[in-house]
Design a protein around this ligand. Structure first.
Ligand code: FAD
Length: 368
């Protein structure tokens, strides 16, 4: 499982407002933590004239563990924001069929789905370019402390071992699964469950344009996938129980290799947490001067793990809300709509992750 990060010093509540601030400390209208899809969407939707800082503990264009499939919902969200995907962000082959294999029931099913296939690294670089036009971006800069007050937030950020203080009227927590901002803003709320997701990139000269989905309860309580990419195939899965996950992933990989003749070498290994909301209380918009977006808010499909549509839609709404007299109220309207979309998938998730119910559901025209 993931190693614990450095100790964080997050406080909330009635301390002296911004105690210890020096005059030289920087003040922004908005501080955005996390430059993934949610944080970038927030930055690019800030009203003009808003002074904003966007920080990320890494360099997002270095690549992140993701399948890079843009589902129809995400395509609609991007179009609604008036954005057009640059051609070089899309890659071939573009899977237009999903083939589901259920090892528990022995059934399988094929259905059509119009995904766009992304080079996730170029997609992130594109989003970051748009975000950096509206906010000052600082990579390799981690949020290490937070003091949330009624009138804003005081944050401590660290870069190359040097810490500095910044303050902002509004904080957008877009720091993904296991969000530190969420823990600081809502210390009494339970963190949403997360899974350990593992993915490898296998060399493959001519990958077939099919998204192969595997359900096998002895190997994973979620599902596994393969996604064709240029000269490669991604094979991944996620595990609610991290114990033994790497061994079970090897079994899944062996199944994909054998079933689809994937004998290429492993070009890349990656792993990260994926939020798995189970109930309404896992979905949180934030509180007061802190808005949560994307996975930090718990917004991800509990049935498919699709998160880009939610990250971009929630991030964009959080960015727009920064220009409103009450950002919390303005953001709440969009957040509730997105939360209802996630909630509608809770039942679907129960069905498809139960081998017995899935056996029945496989007869219906459904998709994960
Ligand atoms: C293996 C895998 C495959 C997936 N495939 C798909 C797919 O094909 N299609 C799809 O739609 N969704 C997919 N998802 C889900 C999707 O990738 C996410 O839901 C979405 O990217 C979430 O975006 P985000 O901006 O909320 O979070 P993230 O992308 O996780 O971004 C959070 C950012 O915050 C930064 N950060 C964290 N903590 C701090 C800190 N303390 N200080 C500063 N920065 C910090 C991180 O470095 C990171 O860049 C997949 C997920 C996984 C794990």
């Amino acid at each position: 499982m993931h190693a614990a990060g450095p100790a964080l010093d997050f406080v909330r509540g009635p301390r002296t407002p911004f105690a210890g601030w020096r005059l030289s400390e920087r003040t922004y209208d908005v501080l955005i933590v996390g430059a993934g899809a949610a944080g970038c969407a927030a930055a690019m939707n800030l009203p003009r004239g808003v002074r904003a800082l966007l920080v990320d503990r890494g360099q997002p264009s270095d690549g992140r563990c993701c399948g890079g499939l843009l589902a129809p919902d995400a395509q609609r969200v991007i179009a609604r924001l008036g954005l057009t995907l640059p051609q070089d962000v899309r890659v071939r082959p573009e899977p237009q069929a999903v083939h589901v294999h259920d090892l528990d029931s022995g059934r399988d099913q094929v259905y059509r789905r119009d995904y766009l296939n992304l080079d996730r690294r170029r997609f992130d670089a594109w989003l970051l370019g748009l975000a950096a036009a509206r906010a000052q971006f600082r990579p390799h800069t981690r949020l290490v402390g937070l003091d949330i007050q009624g009138e804003g937030v005081a944050a401590r950020i660290a870069s190359a071992g040097i810490e500095e203080n910044v303050r902002a009227r509004l904080l957008v927590g877009a720091d993904g699964a296991a969000s530190a901002v969420r823990r600081a803003a809502l210390p009494l709320a339970p963190a949403p469950p997360t899974m350990l997701a593992i993915q490898v990139r296998l060399a493959a000269a001519e990958p077939t344009p099919v998204h192969e989905v595997l359900f096998a309860s002895r190997m994973t309580d979620f599902y596994a996938w393969s996604i064709p990419k240029p000269g490669a195939v991604l094979v991944g899965s996620a595990f609610g129980r991290p114990r033994g996950a790497r061994e079970r992933f090897q079994q899944i990989l062996a199944w994909y290799r054998e079933t689809f003749g994937l004998d290429g070498e492993v070009l890349e290994n990656s792993a990260r947490r994926l939020t798995r909301p189970r109930a309404g209380h896992d979905l949180l918009a934030g509180s007061g001067r802190v808005l949560l977006a994307g996975e930090a808010a718990g917004l991800v499909s509990p049935s498919s793990g699709e998160g880009l549509s939610f990250a971009i839609a929630s991030g964009a709404a959080a960015g727009r809300a920064a220009g409103e007299p009450s950002p919390e109220v303005a953001y709440g309207r969009t957040f509730r709509r997105l939360a209802r979309r996630v909630a509608r998938k809770f039942i679907k998730a129960r069905v498809i992750f139960s081998p017995a119910w899935r056996r029945w559901a496989m007869r219906l025209p459904w998709c994960p």
